[in-house]
Design a protein around this ligand. Structure first.
Ligand code: DQA
Length: 146
């Protein structure tokens, strides 16, 4: 069983990027905590980070052919702008869970809308780095991986 994890733009800067908003946890640390969950639940993770919308569309578009069972995604700023990523998710036929470190509803108004949430199975936000492990656990529960 394989799960695709996608980190969107600027998440490679976590740890130094706006720590008052996103905390001090780095992307490497987040990936390590995801790998620990994956090991416990005996699934394989493929983890990608991209600052490019088209690359994310391509990853999602290829996911079914590459036999992924689910996708965990933080679309970052593309959450609020990308019809292309939304359409790729709607078309991919795979369960997708959306995560955010921050609570987008308690921030600037332009962040309040997610174009992704309507096509995701569910969204977890506001728990900092823990949103990711909560999201992965929820995705694996949905896929009935014990
Ligand atoms: C984010 C929230 C987005 O609004 C922002 O553009 C990000 C990170 C989050 O995880 O809280 O880059 O997705």
């Amino acid at each position: 069983m394989k799960i695709l994890v996608i980190h969107g733009p600027n998440l490679n800067k976590l740890g130094v990027r706006e720590p008052a908003v996103y905390g001090r946890v780095t992307l490497v640390q987040i990936n390590n905590s995801l790998k620990a969950v994956a090991k416990k639940r005996k699934v394989t993770l493929v983890i990608k980070q991209s600052n490019h919308e088209g690359q994310i569309v391509d990853l999602i578009g290829a996911s079914a052919g590459k036999k992924f069972s689910g996708i965990l995604i933080n679309p970052a700023a593309y959450t609020h702008t990308s019809v292309a990523i939304r359409d790729a998710i709607a078309a991919c036929g795979i369960i997708v869970v959306e995560v955010h470190l921050s609570n987008i509803h308690s921030r600037e108004e332009f962040r309040h809308q997610s174009l992704i949430s309507p096509v995701a199975q569910g969204t977890i936000m506001g728990f900092g780095a823990k949103s990711y492990t909560l999201g992965l656990e929820a995705l694996l529960d949905l896929l009935q991986i014990k």
